[in-house]
Design a protein around this ligand. Sequence first.
Ligand code: FRU
Length: 492
Amino acid sequence: MRSVHNIFLICFIFLHQHISTFAQSTTDEKYRPSYHFTPSRHWMNDPNGMIYYEGTYHLFYQYHPYSSVWGPMHWGHATSKDLIKWTHQPIALYPDKNGMIFSGSAVFDKENTSGLGNHGKGPLVAIFTYHNDSLAKAGSKIFQTQGIAYSNDSGKTWSKYDGNPVLKNPGINDFRDPKVFWHEASNRWIMSLAVFDRIHFYGSSTLKDWTKLSEFGVGYGVPNILWECPDLFPIKYKEKTIWVLISNINPGGPNKGSSTQYFIGDFDGKTFHSFDHDIRWADFGPDEYAGVTWSNTGERKIFTGWMSNWLYAQQVPTSTWRSALTIARELSLKEVNGKFYLASMPVHELNQYKGKQLHLKNQSIQYDGKAILELSDLGIEDFKLKVKNDRGEYIMVGYEKASNRYFIDRTHAGITEFHKEFAQKSYSERISVSGKLNIKMLLDRSSIELFADDGLTVMTSLYFPNSSFNKIELDTNMKGDGSGIKCYALNH
Ligand code: FRU
């Protein structure tokens, strides 16, 4: 990301001159997902400040409204009743004298602890990072600080707090992405902040001033890597409450580039203790990053990530818009061989969009670029299937018994030359004790999300074929009458 900052100015000047050309180009619209969120135009990266409030899901996201590469960050805004169908809203937060608006979170300040509410009603409060680019370029170390903004009209419009920044920089370059939640037991707000290669935790009773509580990270996770977009939250396992700490990292992912690692442990209101030193991944594929959970959803934990990778996000072959988000995923905790893991599955709301069943004929299924494929109770044997077009371009998805790994191979998927690391076969270990393979795959026009073994292994991968994929072809050894193999069209 730091190299991104450095090349930003050159790209910005170049692209500014070309915006109108890009805006006229529609050839890349064939890659625009049908049921995954994309900005109507231009650049998006991390989902931010996602919050459920009064029956509406408010999604904010890192947005550059003037070009299709990264630039001065705003918070774009969209709303949904079901996490699948989105309505674009006006930009929520613009850069100001303190800097660009980087990633962060939003909370419902029910008790009006901030005093920023209206008529006795608590406000929604967004907590974000200010990135002051002039200071960064001048060589200062204190260019990232935390600010807040509030809304008293259910998230429609936002005002910045006069006393910003609410958390100053102690002299550390990478000091960002505040994720805040109300911690009932200690009766205060807790902020997780990514600080270079670790997390700092802060506490506050007003959201307006913050005290450092502890640090976590030394000796944990992929070493010597930049940590970004953290998230600490409790999750129920039977009668127990277990704590999950997400820390997105860039690079260092299991299939190169950016990825979401997490730790399982305890939080006592001050310090997070990880149960072990294992590195766990919320998604093993190359194309999920900056994933965090939605706020104000009660015990339901919903996770959304950016469906791209900093390695090549700015070069993928779309230009009128760039980047999509993953499907919203419901998180749960599962125990495998005495250890806890997160399991993620598409939210149940997606089922409403399941269309007619598509039939298997001569080992293949015709589809229109978007489908849900379900493989149930397959024996633990090698399998592979191809998702392809009529030009011979394809992705291959499967399982290798000898190494106990799932894979997605996009080496022959069409346009790959825009980055040398894009054409790759990515692998993921299988985390499961079940004697059968159960897999759900979401196919959209330029992405696949694979959810194996009730979501214990997840892989997300992009692809850019020269013409739409329209056929799923099963390997000859995927025998049977097809009863364990079901494919549904998507009505969206
Ligand atoms: C993660 C990230 C964040 C930062 C934002 C800037 O992708 O680098 O750390 O706040 O993007 O757009």
